[in-house]
Design a protein around this ligand. Structure first.
Ligand code: FAD
Length: 317
């Protein structure tokens, strides 16, 4: 088995940024891009315009941006593998990183596996029911599909993702209805205002989705008003979950401590985990900012910290 100075797991903004820095520092990094675990290129592969990443005043689409990240990582000699990491062993040194097809011994590891969208346990939405038959957890991935055109679409959630998903769906829907269990949004003020002003969006406050039904595809949703306890069955062409994310840490099998909400724990102001030589960058350790720029920033930090760590154990040459 080959021994590498640095293995990076995950190919979002954090992973590729770490790779650019590490490759330029001659660490010859290997980067596992993922395969079944999520989209290679990360969450931005499922979005349209990114308007807040510095350097792109005219905006750039998520996939275009990630293509450029990858090109830059490859240019300096990163070795990219289109594979998931199945497991790591952090008790042995060098560490073991086992991919679907390729495995390495690694002197240091950067974990940048991001986070995955959550789904709610609502009758009618499960895998053997209407999941992927009008029920989705990614409006920007699926919203343009013909089955959703000119339909009443329902978005569940009240944060920035829900606002973004609802606004995106207005391009295709007859009307977008946001179902939110509280009486006000958690989203940033600017996003909430955009939603509340939009003529194609209705907000169902203090409400949840009780069930989803339809023969082959979503045809109805039943809304429960939590204040009046009234249930209303409404015509629907689709339901989109926008209720947060689960950090992708399963392959670690509990070898690193997590925060109470399931994110990888790092020493404040660093990307260092509890185990020297193992670093965490991007959304997998960040439940506060969750932005491409912060993911890229911590990817840079992780690479610099890995470089210093390798130097401290005499492995920088
Ligand atoms: P991710 O982008 O989540 O990438 C994680 C990577 O890890 C993926 O490639 C996945 O395949 C891989 N992976 C997971 N498990 C494994 C494994 N076991 N083995 C190998 N690989 C694995 N941010 C902005 O700044 N601006 C925006 O406009 C914006 N729009 C967004 C729109 C949407 C719809 C979404 C969902 C997010 C948006 N974000 C935006 C947030 C931004 O996408 C994230 O903050 C950012 O992508 C996080 O980067 P990351 O590198 O930490 O992880």
């Amino acid at each position: 088995m080959k021994r590498k100075k640095l293995v990076i797991i995950g190919s979002g903004p954090a992973g590729y940024t770490a790779a650019i820095y590490a490759a330029r520092a001659c660490l010859e990094p290997v980067l596992f891009e993922g395969f079944y675990s999520g989209l290679p290129g990360g969450q931005l592969m499922s979005t349209t315009d990114v308007e807040n990443y510095p350097g792109f005043p005219e905006a750039v689409t998520g996939p275009e941006m990630m293509k450029m990240f990858k090109k830059q990582a490859l240019k300096f000699g990163t070795h990219c593998l289109l594979e998931d990491v199945k497991l790591v062993d952090l008790k042995q040194r060098p560490f073991l990183v086992e991919g679907m097809k390729t495995s390495f011994h690694a002197d240091s590891i950067i974990i940048s596996t991001g986070a995955t969208a959550k789904r709610l346990d609502i009758p009618g939405t499960h895998d053997d029911e209407l999941w992927q038959k009008g029920v989705s957890a990614c409006a920007v991935c699926d919203g343009a599909l013909p089955i959703f055109r000119d339909k009443d679409l329902y978005v569940v959630g009240g944060g920035d993702s829900a606002m973004e998903e609802a606004l995106f769906l207005t391009k295709y829907a007859k009307k977008v209805h946001i179902v939110h269990r509280r009486g006000e949004f958690r989203a940033s003020k600017i996003m909430a205002e955009r939603v509340l002003k939009h003529h194609k969006i209705e907000v169902l406050w203090d409400s949840t989705v009780d069930s989803v039904s339809g023969k082959d595809y979503v045809e109805h949703v039943t809304i429960l008003n939590l204040k009046t306890e009234a249930k209303t069955k409404r015509h629907a062409g689709g339901l989109f979950f926008a209720v947060g994310h689960v950090p992708n840490v399963q392959f670690l099998n509990g070898q690193l401590p997590l925060t109470p909400n399931g994110y990888l724990m790092v020493k404040p102001g660093t990307t260092e985990t509890e185990i020297p030589g193992v670093f965490a960058a991007g959304d997998v350790q960040d439940f506060v900012y969750r932005q491409a720029i912060t993911a890229a920033g911590t990817g840079c930090m992780a690479a610099l910290e890995a470089e210093r760590y390798l130097a401290s154990i005499g492995l920088d040459e």
